[in-house]
Design a protein around this ligand. Structure first.
Ligand code: LMR
Length: 396
């Protein structure tokens, strides 16, 4: 029966890893999938995570089912990390939340919950947005709209155009916002721009749907939560999908959080039951392991301190890689001004080059990255930066 289905090309992001592995060029460079890599190109287990694994191994006495919402300790710790210790919505017990299988799992069950609530809901996503937002949200049956976000010619945010389009979003609509470290562009809203988004949401009545996958990789764990906390504190309803893939380096363990800020505790109880029922009808309950590790880290003062310092080192190193790339591009005679790379945040930069140039980078120079011109900054290191800069200047 399956012969009726069309053949699909490899995933635009994950498919790059397969193509990279097949390339026999010893000087190949992988700037594709968003995974942190150290100076040697490895993705090590974070020290705090390795310590938590040992603790868990000693502590775990059963492999029986966990509860449908996941580890409550994980959920509570994550909500505090995201919304802050002073959060009034947490104090007022207005947040429904479940542990989810990765940020993707969170995005999907939240979209299904929205579709269950209002099948006509439109979700406004930034142009461009992370490629997988489209199937994750669209396949839940929600209607996708786009809002202008990034100006390739100016390598900056088209904030006025974004706000103009979002005036059209109203009650029952959602606006997908990247909490920090916008994927794919690395261009983040300033605090003043978040303030303006809040005013617009208050005025129009749309619900922010915030995807936070890179907390701590932009300016710092608290700094990166500015927009998220502002909206959660000042709007009756906010939807949050969070991921621990990047900032805990737990990619393959699939650790995420789906949270909904509700207007009051009565609605919270309804939403808690509904989101659990969506999860039950999909994968029943989340995998235990990764959430248990995050719970151990965030519950232990010394381990949390160590984790925060690891996140800070990753962020600082990625910033220094940005600076190094811009310097090497200049040294190699780039005529364009690439200094915008230094102001972009998190794991990605948008080089603002054409798809043809991206293909030339891959076919002629074995440098792999997404066709939109998104590069994974963490794929750069002292050994490959010269080759990368020379290749880039040659295709420009
Ligand atoms: C990315 O954007 O590269 C990562 O989030 C990996 C993925 O699943 O696409």
């Amino acid at each position: 029966m399956f012969e009726v289905l069309p053949y699909l090309e490899p995933d635009p992001i994950l498919g790059l890893s397969t193509a990279f592995k097949k390339d026999s060029n010893a000087a190949k460079i992988d700037l594709g999938v968003g995974v942190y890599k150290d100076e040697h190109g490895n993705t090590p287990i974070m020290t705090s995570v390795a310590k938590a694994q040992k603790i868990l191994l000693d502590r775990e006495t059963t492999k029986s089912y966990i509860t449908m919402q996941g580890h409550q300790g994980y959920i509570d710790n994550m909500l505090e990390l995201l919304l802050g210790e002073e959060s009034s919505v947490l104090r007022e017990d207005r947040v429904a939340a479940v542990q989810a299988p990765g940020g993707c799992g969170a995005l999907r069950i939240l979209s299904e919950l929205v579709a269950r609530t209002n099948e006509k809901a439109r979700v406004f996503v930034s142009d461009p947005t992370w490629a997988n937002h489209i199937p994750l949200i669209g396949s839940a049956g929600l209607q996708l709209e786009t809002y202008p976000y990034f100006d390739k010619d100016k390598a900056g945010i088209k904030f006025d155009a974004m706000m103009d389009t979002l005036k059209d979003a109203g009650k029952g609509d959602l606006v997908l916002l990247h909490g920090c470290c916008h994927n794919p562009t690395g261009a983040d809203l300033t605090n003043e721009q978040w303030d303006a988004v809040l005013e617009l949401a208050q005025d129009r009545g749309f619900i922010p749907f915030i995807d936070v996958a890179y907390l701590g990789f932009g300016d710092g764990l608290d700094e990166d939560a500015y927009g998220l906390r502002l909206l959660a504190e000042n709007l009756p309803e906010v939807i949050i999908a969070a991921s621990c893939s990047k900032n805990f380096g737990l990619y393959r363990e699939r650790v995420g959080l789906a949270a909904i800020v509700t207007e009051n505790t009565k609605t919270r109880d309804i939403v808690q039951g509904q989101i659990q029922s969506v999860a039950r009808g999909s994968y029943s309950m989340p995998p235990s392991y990764g959430g248990a590790l995050v719970d151990i880290i965030l519950s232990d003062t010394a381990l949390k301190k160590e984790w925060v310092s690891e996140v800070n080192s990753i962020r600082n190193r990625m910033q220094s890689l940005r600076t190094m790339l811009v310097e090497k591009l200049n040294d190699n005679g780039a005529e364009q001004d690439f200094s915008f790379i230094n102001t972009q945040k998190g794991m990605f930069s948008f080089l603002c080059i054409t798809p043809e140039q991206v293909r030339e980078m891959r076919d002629k120079h074995s440098v792999y990255f997404v066709e939109s011109s998104r590069i994974n900054i963490a794929g750069i290191n002292q050994q490959n930066v010269d080759t990368l800069a020379r290749a880039l200047v040659s295709v420009l």
